[in-house]
Design a protein. Structure first.
Length: 180
């Protein structure tokens, strides 16, 4: 596993300065603005927005076929309206302080130990080493949170299976029916 400083150097070399264009919160191509969130992140955003959980997140749109006519997905996504994240207000995020890991670390992500950089107008912008370290710490925390969620899903699946004939979301906290 990479350390914070090694990762920070690579991030700083790429450079990034948010231009507040909102492109990352808007659908540029089909599914381009799907923000996968954990159950804890859904609660955090719901609290910040003053909304119930079902108005904050929706099931990830790709379902797998299970046995006996069941369909399941493993993720929640922030709800979207009109091709944008529902929390984008002009160029500002209404739940910025409670934003999910993906939003905190965009346009960067880790795939194992490899830094992946998404297209973004802010790429190449000047940044300090401390800004690079902050993103590196957030990326490593995001990676740990994603591993913990995956382990939680495995635990849930080891004790239960999707009900026959239903569509569900399986997350680290249980199996949730999809209505509608």
């Amino acid at each position: 596993m990479r350390g914070v400083d090694e990762l920070a150097v690579e991030i700083k070399e790429v450079g990034f300065q948010c231009t507040r264009c909102g492109a990352c919160c808007s659908e540029i191509s089909e599914g381009s603005n799907l923000v996968i969130v954990s159950p804890g992140e859904v609660r955090q955003v719901a609290k910040a927005a003053g909304l119930p959980r079902d108005e904050v997140a929706e099931p990830y749109p790709e379902f797998l076929e299970g046995s006996e006519g069941s369909w399941y997905t493993f993720d929640w996504c922030l709800s979207r309206e009109g091709g944008h994240c529902r929390f984008l207000d002009g160029e500002k995020c209404r739940v910025y302080a409670a934003r999910p890991w993906i939003c905190r670390t965009y346009p960067f992500m880790l795939e194992d130990d490899r830094l992946i950089v998404s297209e973004c107008p802010g790429i190449g912008g000047a940044m300090t080493m401390e800004e690079g370290r902050a993103i590196a710490r957030a990326l490593l925390a995001r990676q740990a949170a994603e591993v913990a969620e995956e382990e939680g899903i495995r635990r849930v699946l080891s004790t239960t299976s999707p009900p026959s004939g239903e569509s569900v979301v399986v997350d680290s906290e249980g199996v949730w029916p999809v209505h509608g």
